[in-house]
Design a protein around this ligand. Sequence first.
Ligand code: NAP
Length: 531
Amino acid sequence: MATAMSVSAVTPAAAAVSRRRTMVCVPATARAPREMAEELAAAAALGADLAELRLDCLAGFAPRRDLPVILAKPRPLPALVTYRPKWEGGKYEGDDESRFEALLLAMELGAEYVDVELKVADKFMKLISGRKPDNCKLIVSSHNYESTPSSEELANLVAQIQATGADIVKIATTATEIVDVAKMFQILVHCQVPIIGLVMNDRGFISRVLCPKYGGFLTFGSLKKGKESAPAQPTAADLINVYNIRQIGPDTKVFGIIGKPVGHSKSPILHNEAFRSVGFNAVYVPFLVDDLAKFLNTYSSPDFAGFSCTIPHKEAAVRCCDEVDPIARDIGAVNTIVRRPDGKLVGYNTDYVGAISAIEDGIRAFEQRDPDTSPLAGRLFVVIGAGGAGKALAYGAKEKGARVVIANRTFARAQELANLIGGPALTLADLENYHPEEGMILANTTAIGMHPNVNETPLSKQALKSYAVVFDAVYTPKETRLLREAAECGATVVSGLEMFIRQAMGQFEHFTGMPVDDYKFRAIGNTMTPL
Ligand code: NAP
């Protein structure tokens, strides 16, 4: 079911006609004029299209002395000059007259774009009347640091900005939930004039990457991490190299990982590179989602073609899909959703094969056994965790003939899964003294030990001595404390990165309909730099 603000009604192909390619703009926020000019040169070296010179960041700024330094020609990139007052989220605290004079001087010195706020646009227009050079374009901007108004209110805002005589409209709002971004996409797609439409903070992140699909005039990318000029701004390098923003257009399919949190995920690096390697016209983004059903109802267009699901949405995903693959239904967790041509959402689980095959191959590397029998057959297999990954591991181990034990923080959930699998349940405290036999296999499927909590571990080193094989689903960092201590105890260890690469291979096949090139995919996975 599509909601009123669903992007199912948005037709980017039609709307983005005659718009130029979305530019990548790097904010230059140095405190000294020469450093600001150097930031502009660094932005050019990154492959950006222009730099935003934030005059309000300069310490002791003197326009007649400093602007000729910052705007000196030849300049490696066009300049967008912004002198943002405090009342609109900037740092300038003086009067408008001096600010306007500086902006006018920037125009005269050859700035290609100048930004002025809607609230004072009329006043500024009067000042520059007959004095604005033809090659300078005026951006009139509006910033909302609290919320994203309705589509109707945004449309009114666009009309108000257009009425000032702006060459380019800029609207920046704040996302309180990811569905807010759909309202901005609707505005971008229907706007008849060049428009910058961005939604700030991490729930608005997709607006920064997907704006080329909807015809946005530019998107901001920072020079490096820590140099952002707005919350959740990606780096220009990530926009260009990870998200392949130059290739995104109206027909580009959108895939992504739905989770909360999701910022740690390496899936965008892996999938975008995999798409690029086979020339598949698609982009893969992180979706920070609070309410899965609302997200799926809002982004219901065929362009939103498939999703990976992670914490905490894998179980809810079973209920949200129109059809669920029988194995995923048995496991009770969906980690992959594909939108079929008829619009129906189909759920799969690729965690199961990814994890189990990784553990089997890890054991086979050390043990010679009958190749037709799983090395898990007959072994005691302890799963810590009873969430999505826990269910997949427990189901998979059982399928391979292992005797499965479940240990979980919430004991009732351990019992529920153990009943399903037909094995015993333990508390985490019980697990510390659990060693009924030698040669057991341990699989951690909780987030314990995941970055940034890298000093945490689900089981003491003493207790690890009973295990012959230890697997950790956590893959940031690649070597968790659990795996390090298990290796010190002499166990065979299997990294979550191996599962990560394998489950992503399964997703790639579902998303693209193409067979995965195992070797190429693994090469991409292994070049990622886990934290
Ligand atoms: P989930 O469905 O939310 O389940 C989380 C499980 O972890 C639950 O059993 C939960 O116990 C337990 N847990 C969470 N925090 C805990 C803590 N502080 N102490 C003890 N137990 C805790 O999540 P999921 O999707 O299964 O993912 C779990 C982990 O596996 C994540 O780290 C994820 O990144 C990783 N993973 C890795 C891959 C890969 O490819 N390598 C694939 C999938 C998942 P309660 O029941 O008590 O809440």
